[in-house]
Every structure is written in structure tokens, then in C-alpha cells.
Design a protein around this ligand. Structure first.
Ligand code: N1C
Length: 264
């Protein structure tokens, strides 16, 4: 079984807690406040953010994480996102973030303080001292309610609730299973937490990999399914295949490809 014996931490299949997590969290928090959102600085206490984050998971069984565990952290680190700026994504992680870095017109969750601090690190607790498991953490397949999964679900829900005006979604048209998946965080959480009284329109950018398959276009099945879900919730929705400003960014890495020529 998974019984802790002789102070050994529980064994799981995913990578363990990131070393120097405290320094990374504090460092990212201070640098976000200094470089990105100096206006937040006055009301944001990075040390308090670290403490409330730590108490969400230390000494706990990493399979019993709840949204409530992160409530204090969400209250401390949450901040408003300007209307017309929210960018959601699914299976376009790298491209979406390269785009927000280069254009500054839109913000993903990782461009907010919460997402910025916790992007790419991993963490989980353990019932025995020191209360943090640096050796291994549970995979989603081992337990759904692990600290990292529950964190992204909780943060994504709040990010969607906060959106207003026109919002963007960048989806991947080169995925064989379909660009819109109901099991994704976007498909299962964000779509249902957008507020029709605050969000006027949802614009889908359906990007396909340069030189990759165009498995789905805006007329494809999963996009039609997404349109039906959103229209039923009273949103206006548009879809554009290979939105040019984002495609130009893909072209930086594929300058000679047919799709990247000015005069094809
Ligand atoms: O499951 P997904 O995509 O649809 O989630 C993406 C969606 C975005 O719109 C974000 O707002 O949900 C939010 N989000 C993150 O910001 C995020 N950063 C890192 C969701 N997940 C995030 N991660 C990690 O990527 C997390 O571990 C989660 O399980 C994956 C989801 O990636 P996906 O399937 O491409």
C-alpha cells in the first residue's frame, strides 16, 4: 500500500515538489509586482501569498485537495483583468503565451499574478514531516483531486468568472480528436463560468500548426458543438481560421513555408 513507513514520503508517479519552491514563488511574485503590475504592489503581500499557498497543501493527503483549500490564496492574489483582454486557450499553451508576450493586447491566466507565480512548477503535500513531498506527486490518473489539478481548475474558474466584454479563445485545429474537447479545463470549466451578463462576444481563433494537418476548420464538428453550447448560454460567437496576427508568429519559426509567403 501507500502507507508512510519510517518517515518516508508517499510514492507517486509524477514529479515531486519543485525544489526551492518558496524562493521561486516569492521571486516571481516580487518580479511580477515590480515589472508587470506596479499598481498592484501597494496592496499585495508576497509573503502572505506564499503562506496561504503553503497552508493549502502542507501536511495534507495530496488526493483530497478541495477548491476551499485555495480560497485564501485566491482572495489574496486575485486581481481584476481589464475588459476585452482575456485570452483563453486549449492545447495552444506555447503559442498563446508567445502571442500575449509579443502583442500585449491580451492576457492569459499566466499573465495574471496567480498564473504567473505558479506556471510550470509542481507541488504536493505529505502527511509526514516536513509536510511537503519533494520526491513524487500524484498524477491525474492516480487521483483527480491532486493539489496542482485542483489549483488550475480553481484559478481557471475565477479567471473565467472575471472576464468581461469581448473574449478570445485560441484553439488547436491540428488535433485529431477535435479542437474543442469537453473534458479540457476550457471545455468543462471556463465555458460554463463565463458570465453572459458581462461577456458580450466570444471570438474563436482556430490555429493549425504550420505544415501540420488541418484536422478541423471553423466549420468542423467540435467547433459546431462549442458554438451550440455557447449560443444556448446566450453568447454571440465568431470563429476565424488561422487568425493572421497569430499565424505570423508561427511563421517566425517557419519563414519559408508556403502558408507564410506574402504572395502564395
Ligand atoms: O485543459 P485546458 O488546456 O483546456 O486548459 C486551458 C485553459 C486556459 O484557457 C487557461 O485559462 O485553462 C486555463 N489553464 C491554465 O492557465 C494553465 N496553465 C497551465 C489550465 N491549465 C493550465 N496549465 C496546465 O496545463 C495544467 O496542468 C493543465 O492540466 C494543463 C491543461 O492544458 P490543456 O489541455 O492544453
Amino acid at each position: 500500500g501507500r502507507e508512510a513507513a519510517g518517515g518516508q514520503p508517499l510514492r507517486w508517479q509524477d514529479r515531486g515538489t519543485t525544489r526551492s519552491l518558496r524562493e521561486i514563488v516569492l521571486g516571481r511574485c516580487y518580479s511580477y509586482l515590480a515589472e508587470r503590475r506596479p499598481a498592484l504592489g501597494r496592496d499585495t503581500d508576497c509573503l502572505k501569498i506564499w503562506e496561504s499557498f503553503k497552508y493549502a497543501f502542507i501536511y495534507k493527503n495530496p488526493c483530497n485537495t478541495t477548491a476551499e483549500d485555495y480560497q485564501p490564496l485566491m482572495e489574496l492574489a486575485g486581481h481584476p483583468i481589464p475588459c476585452n483582454k482575456s485570452l483563453f486557450w486549449s492545447k495552444t499553451n506555447d503559442l498563446a503565451h508567445r502571442y500575449t508576450k509579443s502583442s500585449h493586447s491580451f492576457l492569459t491566466l499566466e499573465d495574471s499574478l496567480l498564473g504567473y507565480i505558479f506556471d510550470g512548477v509542481s507541488w504536493c503535500g505529505d502527511p509526514s514531516a516536513p509536510g511537503i513531498n519533494y520526491e513524487s506527486c500524484p498524477k491525474r490518473s492516480e487521483c483527480e483531486s491532486n493539489p496542482v489539478s485542483v489549483f488550475w481548475k480553481t484559478a481557471s474558474k475565477r479567471f473565467a468568472e472575471a472576464a468581461c466584454g469581448v473574449v478570445q479563445v485560441m484553439l488547436n485545429g491540428s488535433i485529431e480528436a477535435g479542437a474543442f474537447r469537453s473534458s479540457s479545463i476550457f471545455g468543462s470549466i471556463e465555458v460554463f463560468n463565463l458570465n453572459p451578463n458581462k461577456v458580450s462576444e466570444i471570438q474563436i481563433w482556430l490555429m493549425h500548426d504550420i505544415g501540420g494537418p488541418q484536422s478541423e476548420s471553423c466549420s468542423g464538428h467540435s467547433i459546431q458543438r462549442l458554438k451550440r453550447i455557447l449560443e444556448e448560454r446566450n453568447f454571440t460567437i465568431t470563429c476565424e481560421d488561422n487568425y493572421r496576427p497569430v499565424q505570423l508568429l508561427q511563421c517566425v519559426r517557419n519563414p519559408d513555408h508556403q502558408d507564410c509567403r506574402l504572395c502564395p
